[in-house]
Design a protein around this ligand. Structure first.
Ligand code: F6P
Length: 205
């Protein structure tokens, strides 16, 4: 089984403002984050070429369909790597709270803030999703990742990565809803000869 790499998109305009969801573009800093990811991808590509693992089993980049993830993968794709865009990798949908800051949510929907803090995993945003919904929507992509006969670099979002890392790290999704998922960080999932996965964390230079 090939390793799987998980990265968060680069810094977005909304990250600067502490704003939820939407479809913002990257900041200049975020574009630099994307270039740093490209350096890692380049070294993975060089390893692949050295091992003769090209052609049908060539490495791929999997992103969501949101601009910040697509833009983050773009420089890496210039290394001749195919990009697949999955709607199931889109960030958790915050329903009526999409495009609001956390502070605006608290002011406009105090009950949402309260109920969410009481049970973040099962709380479903009105007209949106809960983490539980998100984890279910990730199932098909998880199956594809497990069966991928190639190295895959997944570029996704905070809540999505919490769900994926919980699964591949064999921890409960319920316990991961507050785990830090910083930018400029890559989680590498490798398998031993018994098929047991280990996750280690790489910081982008
Ligand atoms: O703040 C960035 C973001 O990706 C939002 O788009 C999303 O709603 C949020 O993180 C998910 O994190 P949390 O569940 O901790 O609010």
């Amino acid at each position: 089984q090939h390793p799987i790499y998980f990265a968060r998109h680069g810094q977005s305009m909304y990250n600067l403002e502490d704003r939820l969801g939407g479809d913002p573009v990257l900041t200049q800093k975020g574009e630099l984050d994307a270039l740093s990811l490209k350096e890692l991808v380049k070294s993975l590509k060089a390893e692949e070429v050295a091992q003769g693992d090209c052609g049908d089993s060539a490495m791929q980049l999997w992103t969501s369909q949101l601009k910040r993830a697509i833009q983050t993968a773009h420089p890496s794709s210039e290394e001749g790597i195919k990009v697949l865009r999955w709607s199931s990798l889109n960030e958790i949908h915050a329903g009526v709270c999409e495009n609001l800051t956390y502070k605006e949510v608290e002011d406009q929907y105090p009950l949402i803030s309260r109920f969410r803090s009481e049970n973040k995993y099962t709380f479903r945003y009105p007209q949106g999703e809960s983490y539980q919904d998100l984890v279910m929507r990730l199932e098909p992509v998880i199956m594809e990742l497990e069966n991928a006969n190639r190295v895959v670099v997944v570029v996704a979002h905070q809540a999505v990565l919490r769900g994926l890392l919980a699964y591949f790290g064999s921890t409960s999704a319920e316990s991961c809803v507050n785990v830090e998922v910083p930018h400029r960080t890559v989680w590498r999932c490798t398998y031993n000869s018994k098929g047991i996965a280990t996750i280690d964390v790489l910081k982008l230079g």
